[in-house]
Ligand binder design. Sequence first.
Ligand SMILES: Nc1ncnc2c1ncn2[C@@H]1O[C@H](COP(=O)(O)OP(=O)(O)OP(=O)(O)O)[C@@H](O)[C@H]1O
Length: 289
Amino acid sequence: MASETGTEVTDETSTEASEQSLLGTTEVADDRGAGPVASTETVIEARHLDVFYDDVQALQDVNIEIPEKQVTAMIGPSGCGKSTFLRSINRMNDLVDAARIEGELLFRGKNVYDEDVDPVALRRKIGMVFQHPNPFPKSIFDNVAYGLRVQDMDVDEQQVVEESLKKAALWDEVKDQLDKSALDLSGGQQQRLCIARAIAVDPEVILMDEPASALDPIATSKIEDLIDDLAEDYTVVIVTHNMQQAARISDKTAVFLTGGELVEFDDTEKIFENPEHQRVEDYITGKFG
Ligand SMILES: Nc1ncnc2c1ncn2[C@@H]1O[C@H](COP(=O)(O)OP(=O)(O)OP(=O)(O)O)[C@@H](O)[C@H]1O
């Protein structure tokens, strides 16, 4: 618990608010823009997490503590369980019949798999951005306002839409065409719109599954800059195949290897410059994977 900066009151308040909102009972105060607080507070923690798809084990005994308001990258070869881990955090695996979870996945100390957790409320606090931009066939404005309406949030729509588009670095490009179809935007703009849509409902965590892999280099670079900015306000967890990208944008890196094992988790610089495990070094240096 951070104490030197006197942030413990804020942290406790937000912990309590998160738990209440996970239960779907209490609206959380709109504390958007509460100010940057550099923190090493753990937001998400996996304890002995196993995930199976029928008989196939996709994750094995994963233990990790993901810090607040930093970018944590998940890297590793294809099929090692990165996306499975990401989807475990906000219970997207609930939508897969074959998926089964053992162990614990805590969000601010509360196991998200407890029976009293409402997955819809959870996904409001832990938003997700996918590999391929998936705007709804609606206007730009309605895309960003969508979650506010579905969740019946008592906020000033105009203000939240503008703020979210600004945070997603898209406002200047679309402010004069908010009624235009989102489908007419470029791929990179669509992805930033999806980020704005995720931001609008005031999450604490944004999960990103290869958010730039379908984009050209210029659009990718804009998303990377944006991710860096987002970490001032949100905890970002990103799956990427691109090791250079992980090295560029993340503070922490988790390396999963075949069999769904989390082999090493540390500061990104340490992982890329001096990893503890030979298997990680071999992967980073391209000897396999
Ligand atoms: N819906 C599913 N049903 C059955 N098996 C699945 C399902 N999703 C993933 N798997 C299996 O779980 C393992 C982990 O997959 P996952 O997609 O999490 O890996 P990944 O590291 O994200 O891979 P990639 O980098 O290729 O996206 C793989 O063996 C995969 O085949």
